[in-house]
Design a protein around this ligand. Structure first.
Ligand SMILES: [Zn+2]
Length: 391
């Protein structure tokens, strides 16, 4: 049995709303009616699909309508940030069932942070009236580079003690479910894509917080590149000015000029009380002309790098998120000005540059969707059903 004709492929048709009756599945797959009945029985036994009523009859017995059962298990999702984390339980369509957020320092190391995370995840399961047996998968975003296949951070600059730590293995053992770990901007990009931009295939998500990061959705999937380093906009060199030293150790990086941390430092030099990106936002809102000027200028500098990226990648949407996007009227004005001026007309003809719609929920929703697409892929569903028959 190939994955394109198995029960997993049938489930995909139902999940995507392309088929809801046995006859429609027969028509779409070309499978024999008896085979489709068999596939449906396997999916019904696992409660992945449920009967939803009956369609209008064309004479004779009306056909049964089936729908995807988004309540057939829970997904756990975590967005671990530098200083603030969000944890959620979702249904199998990424709908939030329970969530919580707290100030947690990623720099406290994996034992402390993952101990906290496990406690919160167990509490969310209890709140949802479920247990570990209902968990179908876990998705985690972390603020650093990740070896995706292994689920381990790799030399993350702001995560001391996490280099090579087996995050996925630890959670997989505890919850007996598949675990995927990715860089947080990738999960945020995926969250925005699933929540608002399913009709476009190509999207860039740019997070402007203390630093600057970028996640790329190409053809509906995260583009990680050969080594998982794709989208590292923050450390593209934009000036050879030796005075502009970046936290990565290089000189002239984009985030050393246009990141929230860099803007806070410039505001301090001008005599303002500012230590991080949230202070920059506060100063803009309180009407500081220095802060407004810096955010607009940062938008233009970011726009210069995005203009090049737009020519190279030709996205349909650029979504801007992160703390600084809270003052989007200033940031996006600068970005738009430069991108529309400098990118190729064909690349910008229908390009939209918009603010994040999910804000700080993008990370958990994206982490959940990442793992849902994994555990409900035709291959994974076929495997799980085969295991259920054997077990
Ligand atoms: Zn840098």
């Amino acid at each position: 049995m190939s994955a394109s004709s198995g029960a997993g492929a049938v489930l995909r048709l139902i999940r995507e709303g392309r088929a809801s009756t046995r006859a429609e599945i027969v028509a779409l797959t070309g499978l024999a009616r008896s085979t489709v009945t068999q596939r449906m029985e396997a999916l019904l036994a696992e409660r992945l699909v449920v009967p939803a009523g009956e369609s209008a009859s064309t004479g004779g017995r009306p056909p049964t309508i089936f729908e995807f059962n988004r309540g057939a298990g829970l997904i756990l999702a975590a967005d671990l940030g530098a200083t603030h984390s969000r944890v959620a339980a979702t249904d199998l369509a990424g709908g939030l069932v329970a969530q919580t957020a707290a100030d947690v320092a990623i720099a406290d190391g994996p034992e402390a942070v993952l101990g906290w995370l496990e406690e919160r995840l167990d509490a969310l399961l209890a709140e949802a009236g479920s247990g570990r047996a209902e968990v179908r998968g876990i998705g985690v975003g972390v603020p650093g580079p990740v070896e995706f296949a292994a689920g381990r951070p790799v030399a993350p600059p702001i995560m001391p003690g996490w280099d090579g730590y087996p995050v996925a293995d630890r959670l997989r053992e505890r919850y007996s479910a598949p675990v995927l770990v990715d860089n947080d901007v990738n999960t945020m990009a995926l969250g925005e894509y699933w929540a608002s931009w399913r009709e476009v295939e190509h999207l860039m998500y740019v997070k402007v917080g203390t630093g600057i990061g970028c996640g790329i959705v190409a053809g509906g999937r995260i583009h990680r590149g050969a080594q998982g380093a794709a989208g590292d906009l923050g450390h593209i060199q934009i000036t050879s000015d030796e005075q502009v030293v970046c936290r990565c150790g290089n000189v002239g990086c984009l985030e050393a000029v246009a990141g929230g941390g860099a803007m806070a430092a410039q505001l301090r030099e001008l005599g303002h009380d500012a230590s991080d990106s949230r202070d920059v936002v506060r100063l803009v809102r309180s009407g500081s002309q220095d802060a407004v000027r810096l955010v607009r200028e940062a938008g233009r500098v970011l726009g210069g790098v995005l203009a090049t990226s737009v020519n190279l990648f030709n996205p349909a949407v650029v979504v801007i998120g992160g703390d600084i996007a809270q003052v989007d009227e200033h940031l996006l004005a600068g970005v738009r000005e430069v991108v529309y001026q400098r990118s190729l007309p064909l690349a910008t003809r229908s390009l939209r540059i918009v603010r994040s719609r999910l804000d700080d929920r993008a990370g958990v929703i994206g982490a959940a969707m990442m793992v849902i697409e994994h555990v409900l892929s035709p291959e994974a569903v076929d495997e799980a059903l085969a295991a259920a028959v054997v077990g």
